[in-house]
Design a protein around this ligand. Structure first.
Ligand code: NBP
Length: 478
């Protein structure tokens, strides 16, 4: 009997995806560079379904029905190229190599083009949901050719998470690197989502005077509002955890230096290239950098830099807590709006024809940013509707209008108290920047023309103009 799919790379993600496939009735051929992982998986979970044990790439390839489907789940970067190089000489035309790791999308574009020349499909697939998702149903974002999805789609949809309405959280995203690009932006949004939660946590603590145990209750309550999401849910779990060694809230004994593996940084780098203002994601990446890379500087700053804050009592009233909740919702909305705009811009740039309603629908279950909000985002983009900006969709515009006074109050309070709230405040600045009839960019253009003759446009006529700053200061039409 031949296997429907092979998995090479049986660390936690590959092993769990293989088990998920087997549990759905597919015969799965297993392969790992070192055979110990293959045998460990078979020993512990061999009865999850039908597996074929293989030791070499040749055995793996020989065990598969045609066209072959091989899911590569090795470490992103050079290992993916190494595995491709071993596989390609053994494959036939129309076989499909699937890269389900967190590869950088330009690598995926490069690999897809190289394998297309050999008539082998290369499909970069974004997989979100961590270990648990991989086993029980992740959100899956496949790129690659539309043709490859005909053969691959049903398998992936089978093992993906399902939204409440039963739809699989897996759909073809677009050609070449589109799947990995969308997964990357998903991760960027995840950074922002976590950062706004962090900012709310700090304000609840240092302005509203809530201890972590109380905060856990606050977040659990918020999870019953429009903020309902996986990240809010697990925030309550983390905050209520008591450290066994010290009896203190666990969050108080965790070092305040956030790690990152690079996808947030990639998102910001891509956004800079596209000229896409994803301020919430950028501030979130920089907030992590300030926490970790700049740790030594912070320790010195705590001793030397003035605070200049307005001292006042805690604002322990329910009204302030609700203000924070509203500020969190608005900032989160801005982060999603910016991320979706970035996708729209990239779609034009790469000819991906991304369907934003589909993408929002895939994030409703399985992945880390799964949230009630996505249902409304999906509706806002339904059937190709394209609000110029997500914030223009009536459902969001109206909520923001109602919540704005709270949002502004929270940013003022944070600022006066000296509590950094980079995403709350920069998202508000972005919102106001969108809204303002005139931006200070006019002065920037004047300055650029002064020192570099870069020219400026006029509001009353077309063309590019330059003032002879070092001459008689008359204006010329250039
Ligand atoms: P790792 O990223 O830790 O990779 C370990 C696997 O890569 C092992 O099977 C290892 O084989 C194999 N490998 C390496 Br390292 N170099 C190799 C080479 N030159 N040739 C062949 N195999 C090689 O595994 P993971 O944490 O399961 O993640 C897999 C992918 O999924 C990554 O891209 C990751 O970013 C992504 N991802 C992870 C998560 C998560 O929550 N962990 C979530 C979403 C996506 P060996 O056993 O012989 O050393």
């Amino acid at each position: 009997k031949k296997a429907q799919i092979g998995v090479t790379g049986l660390a936690v993600m590959g092993a769990n995806l293989a088990r998920n496939l087997a549990r759905h009735g597919h015969t799965v051929a297993l392969h790992n560079r070192s055979v110990e992982k293959t045998d460990a998986l078979l020993a512990e979970h061999g009865d999850d379904g039908e597996f074929i044990r293989t030791e070499t790439m040749q055995e793996l390839v020989d065990s598969l029905e045609k066209p072959r489907r091989i899911l590569v789940m090795v470490k992103a970067g050079a290992p993916v190229d190494a595995v491709i190089d071993q596989l390609v000489p053994l494959l036939d035309e129309d076989d499909i190599i699937i890269d389900g790791g967190n590869s950088h999308y330009p690598d995926t574009i490069r690999r897809e083009a190289a394998l297309a020349e050999k008539n082998i499909h290369f499909v970069g697939v974004g997989v979100s949901g961590g270990e648990e998702g991989a086993l029980n149903g992740p959100s899956i974002m496949p790129g690659g050719s539309a043709k490859s999805y005909e053969s691959l789609g049903p398998l992936l949809e089978d093992i993906s998470a399902k939204a409440d309405d039963g739809t699989p959280c897996c759909a073809w995203i677009g050609t070449d690197g589109a799947g990995h690009f969308v997964k990357m932006v998903h991760n960027g949004i995840e950074y922002a989502d976590m950062q706004v939660i962090g900012e709310a946590y700090e304000l609840l603590r240092d302005v509203a005077g809530q201890e972590p145990g109380d905060q856990a209750n606050t977040f659990a309550e918020w999870n019953r509002t429009e903020l309902s999401s996986y990240l809010i849910e697990i925030t309550a779990e983390v905050l209520k955890q008591v450290d066994a060694r010290t009896g203190k809230p666990l969050v108080d004994v965790i070092v305040d230096a956030a790690g990152m593996k690079g996808t947030g940084t990639w998102t910001v780098m891509a956004a800079l290239d596209l000229g896409s203002p994803v301020t919430a994601i950028a501030e979130s990446v920089f907030a992590r950098a300030l926490s970790s890379t700049e740790r030594e500087t912070r320790l010195e700053a705590q001793k030397t830099l003035a605070a200049g804050v307005r001292e006042s009592d805690t604002v322990g009233d329910a009204a302030f807590v609700e203000d924070v909740r509203r500020a969190l919702y608005c900032s989160k909305l801005v982060a999603y709006a910016q991320g979706m705009e970035m996708l729209a811009t990239a779609s034009g740039e790469h000819n991906w024809d991304l369907k934003l309603d589909t993408i929002a629908s895939l994030w409703r279950a399985g992945c880390i940013i799964r949230a009630e909000l996505l249902q409304d985002i999906m509706a806002a983009y339904k059937d190709g509707a394209e609000p110029r900006n997500l914030l223009f969709a009536p459902v969001f515009r109206d909520v923001i209008e109602e919540y704005l006074p709270s949002w502004r109050r929270v940013v003022v309070e944070a600022t006066e108290r000296g509590i950094p709230a980079p995403v709350f405040s920069s998202s508000l600045a972005y919102y106001d920047g969108l809204r303002r009839p005139r931006l200070n960019a006019a002065l920037t253009q004047g300055l650029r023309d002064y020192f570099g003759a870069h020219t400026y446009g006029r509001i009353d006529t077309d063309g590019a103009f330059h003032t002879l700053w070092s001459g008689d200061r008359s204006e010329i039409d250039s």
